[in-house]
Every structure is written in structure tokens, then in C-alpha cells.
Design a protein around this ligand. Structure first.
Ligand SMILES: Nc1ncnc2c1ncn2[C@@H]1O[C@H](COP(=O)(O)OP(=O)(O)O)[C@@H](O)[C@H]1O
Ligand SMILES: O=C(O)[C@@H](O)C(=O)COP(=O)(O)O
Length: 436
């Protein structure tokens, strides 16, 4: 039965954390929203008995939410519902997973969600640990680095929804929370678990969100050990490097598809890493870029055109997955919404979700989706309820086996949700090799 429950503020973040938990020996399931955790049955006793059967072979459950950029009340409500659902199936330790680049605005949602989860648990303190060294995110003297750059000097400065204009994590968090925000530096972390635990027990941190420095995995292991009796920890997936699950050899799900099964890449991400991956794949994968004007003029016709193109590609060469993408260069991002029309971001999400639905119906059994918001739209449209994490592809990215039911018929597919900034340049062509 699961004892560790996590709440992730986007879908790629959920599979990112789940990938880490699987590698650490937790049999992990990603549940799409709180409802996928709870039984649909309405009585508590029915929910309990159903839960004990459904979750018997699971050590950790990660609830995937689409709450990173949702209005604050909605993000809080969804997160608290997820927490209650996780408690109802027996989880006793909780992990709030947000982005390793601390994606949020001065109004939230990291602070308000953390406050609400603490209140729900009756806890007064937690740690704030966005560090994820395997992907170049480190925190030193409270400043968040993305590889060699301070966060506010990285491409995150220009993020359309959550531009990160400061790199001091405590300063970013303070306007978002009702708690005090404190810091513990690397010297204390490097002094070891007992020293860090003693520091976190000091009065200053007793009723606070404490930003803890960590620049390598050993630091994260120390933070994890020093907080093992905390009801809630918060951070990126890196912090899970310090957790140890009970099933080191059984945690990974087997692929659903076989080599040669039809696949597709759907890239809605506009981030720098995805743009480089798109550029790399244009040389070797058949491809089409979304035409926003055409989608506005005739949405169904445009989607039909894209899916017909993919089917033709499969017929010509079943082994090569075509690429449908939204952004190749920063200039491709439309920031203005023509009067009376749908915002470009939602149009793109809807188009890629519609492509995913039609393509699964047409035989796609392997889908690689790039971008957190995009993944949320695709997974929701495919009506997936749970994802079982399989083979790793890159730090923070793995294949997941999932049953989807977009139009009434269920299919088991392999799905990889790639965070915009994760993965090597050749991930769109190389990821398939892990599906064996
Ligand atoms: N050409 C475009 N113009 C405007 N918005 C776009 C365009 N292409 C993609 N988007 C939107 O940008 C957002 C990208 O977010 P996400 O999928 O989380 O990836 P990332 O954060 O890596 O960029 C999505 O909402 C997507 O629909
Ligand atoms: O922690 C991270 O960096 C990722 O898990 C993540 O959340 C990235 O979000 P997107 O770039 O929106 O996919």
C-alpha cells in the first residue's frame, strides 16, 4: 500500500518525480487528478475497500494536476482534494512537486498551495528545495541557478506565463505565502544530517517555509534524511534522490507497445531545449508545424490534414514517428490574440490534444509529448487515469504505460511526457530505443 503521496503542479512534473521515485525503488503510479486516486464509489467504506485492492502493489502515488498557472483558489482546491484522496488510501508522507525553475508568479501558486497543504496536515513548517542537479538546477546562498546562469538570467526570464525575474528563492516566495520564509545555507547542509536537523528545529524555522541550499545529490540526500519526520516536503524531483523505496528491482512498468508500432511526437513546448530538439528532428523525422491561422479558420479540417499526414507517413515507413510541432523559433510564438478568437496557447493545446485523440484511434501506440501544459491537454483528452512509469529516457523523462480511452475504445499505449527544458537534443529520435 502506498505510504508516500505526492502532488505535482503539472503533468510533466508528475512523471519527472515518478521517474525518480521508480529509480529509488518505489512502485509508483501517476494518477491524473484526485478522482483517479479515489474510488468513484461515493461511500467512504466502498472507497476504502476499493482502494486497498487497487493500490496494494503501489508504494507511492503522484497526483498530476494542471495547477501551476491556474487561478490561486482553483490550484489550492485541487491540491487539497489531492491530499485528502492520498490520505484516504493510506499515504502518510507528502511531497509537493513544483518546477525546478520555481515557475510561479508573485501571487502564487507555490506559496498558497504549500500553505494550504500545511494547514490541512496540521503542520507548521516545511522545506523548499527546487534544486535538481541532474538537470543543472542548484541552489546556493538561496539563489537558484539553471546550469551556469542565475534563474533570472536564464531563458526563464522570458517565460510567457511565469517570467522569473529574480533568482533569490526566498524573495520569490515571500509575497506568495502567509508563513515566514527563512533560509539554511550550504555550510549547514554540509555539516551533516544531525546539524541540519538541529538547524531546522530552531525556533526561527518552526513556523516557516525554509529554503535549503543544495548543489549536488549528496546535499539532497542530507536534506531528505534531516526531514524524514516532516509531514510535508516541497521541491523539484531532485529531493527524491534521498528517498529509498522498498522495491528496488520491481518498480518499473514494462512497455505496452512493440518495436514497429506506430508512434508520433507532439511538441507544444516553446522552451529553448524543445526548440533545439525540434531543430534536430527536422532533419530525420517527417514533420508538420501547426498553422494557427488555418486552425482558426477551420479547426477540424486542419486537424484532419495533420492526422492524414501522419497516417501517410506510417504507411510509407511504420518505424519512423512523425513530428507535429508548434514552435521552431521564438518568432513562432504568437503573443496576441486576434479579436474574437481563442488565445493561441489554448488553440495549440486543443489542436495537439485533438491530434493525439485521432491518432490513437488510427493506431498510435507510442506518443512522445513535449511541454507541461501540452501534456496536460493531451493526457486529459486521451482520458488516461493512471500512468505506470517504465524505462527512463533522460533525467526527469521516462516512458509510461497507460490505458487511454479517447473515443470509447480502450487502448494501452506508451506515453512519454517531456518537460519543455529536459532531454538531450536528439531525444525525439532516440527515445524510442528505450522501449524494448
Ligand atoms: N505558436 C504558439 N503561439 C502561442 N502559444 C503557443 C505556441 N505554441 C505553443 N504555445 C503554447 O505555449 C505553451 C507551452 O507550454 P508547455 O506545453 O508547458 O511547454 P513549455 O513550458 O516548455 O513551453 C502551451 O500552452 C502551448 O499551447
Ligand atoms: O521540475 C521541472 O523542471 C519539471 O518537472 C517541470 O515541472 C517542467 O515544466 P515544463 O517545462 O512546463 O514541462
Amino acid at each position: 500500500m502506498p505510504t508516500l503521496g505526492a502532488i505535482a503542479d503539472d503533468f510533466t512534473g508528475a512523471t519527472d518525480l515518478a521517474t525518480m521515485l521508480v529509480a529509488r525503488g518505489f512502485r509508483t503510479v501517476v494518477a491524473v487528478g484526485a478522482d483517479a486516486v479515489s474510488s468513484p464509489a461515493d461511500s467512504d467504506s466502498a472507497a476504502e475497500s476499493d482502494a486497498s485492492g487497487r493500490w496494494a502493489d503501489t508504494d507511492a502515488v503522484v497526483v498530476a494536476l494542471k495547477s501551476r498557472t491556474a487561478p490561486v483558489p482553483e490550484a489550492v482546491e485541487d491540491s487539497v482534494r489531492a491530499l485528502r484522496a492520498l490520505r484516504a488510501i493510506g499515504c502518510r508522507r507528502f511531497y509537493f512537486k513544483y518546477c525546478s525553475t520555481f515557475d510561479s508568479t508573485p501571487r502564487g501558486n507555490i506559496g498558497p498551495v504549500t500553505d494550504a497543504l500545511l494547514a490541512e496536515l496540521g503542520e507548521r513548517r516545511t522545506v523548499v528545495v527546487p534544486s535538481f542537479p541532474a538537470t543543472g538546477r542548484t541552489v546556493y546562498r538561496g539563489r537558484l541557478f539553471v546550469h551556469d546562469d542565475l534563474l533570472d538570467e536564464s531563458p526563464m526570464r522570458h517565460h510567457p506565463l511565469t517570467p522569473m525575474l529574480d533568482s533569490r528563492v526566498d524573495r520569490l516566495l515571500r509575497p506568495q505565502t502567509d508563513h515566514a520564509v527563512t533560509r539554511v545555507g550550504l555550510d549547514t547542509v554540509r555539516a551533516g544530517t544531525d546539524a541540519l536537523r538541529a538547524a531546522l528545529d530552531e525556533a526561527a524555522h518552526a513556523d516557516a517555509l525554509t529554503v535549503v541550499d543544495a548543489v549536488d545529490d549528496e546535499d539532497l540526500r542530507t536534506v531528505s534524511a534531516a526531514t524524514e519526520d516532516f509531514g510535508l516536503v516541497t521541491g523539484a524531483a531532485g529531493l527524491a534522490v534521498g528517498l529509498t523505496g522498498p522495491h528496488p528491482d520491481q518498480a518499473r512498468a514494462r512497455p505496452a507497445s512493440r518495436p514497429g508500432d506506430a508512434g508520433v511526437v507532439l511538441a507544444g513546448s516553446a522552451s529553448a531545449a524543445t526548440r533545439a530538439q525540434v531543430a534536430d528532428a527536422l532533419g530525420s523525422l517527417p514533420h508538420r508545424r501547426l498553422d494557427l491561422a488555418r486552425l482558426r479558420a477551420d479547426f477540424d479540417g486542419a486537424v484532419d490534414g495533420l492526422t492524414a499526414f501522419v497516417r501517410e507517413c506510417w504507411e510509407a515507413d511504420p518505424a519512423t514517428p512523425p513530428l507535429i510541432y508548434a514552435v521552431a523559433t521564438p518568432e513562432d510564438v504568437e503573443t496576441d490574440t486576434p479579436p474574437g478568437t481563442e488565445p493561441p496557447s489554448s488553440l495549440v493545446e486543443r489542436a495537439l490534444a485533438a491530434c493525439a485523440t485521432a491518432l490513437v484511434d488510427a493506431g498510435a501506440r507510442r506518443l512522445l509529448v513535449a511541454g507541461g501544459e501540452t501534456s496536460g491537454a493531451v493526457v486529459t483528452a486521451l482520458r488516461a487515469r493512471t500512468l505506470a512509469i517504465g524505462a527512463p529516457i533522460a533525467p526527469g523523462v521516462a516512458w509510461a504505460r497507460t490505458e487511454v480511452c479517447p473515443t470509447g475504445t480502450a487502448h494501452t499505449v506508451d506515453l512519454a511526457l517531456k518537460s519543455g527544458n529536459f532531454g538531450g537534443t536528439d531525444i525525439f529520435t532516440q527515445a524510442w530505443e528505450q522501449l524494448v
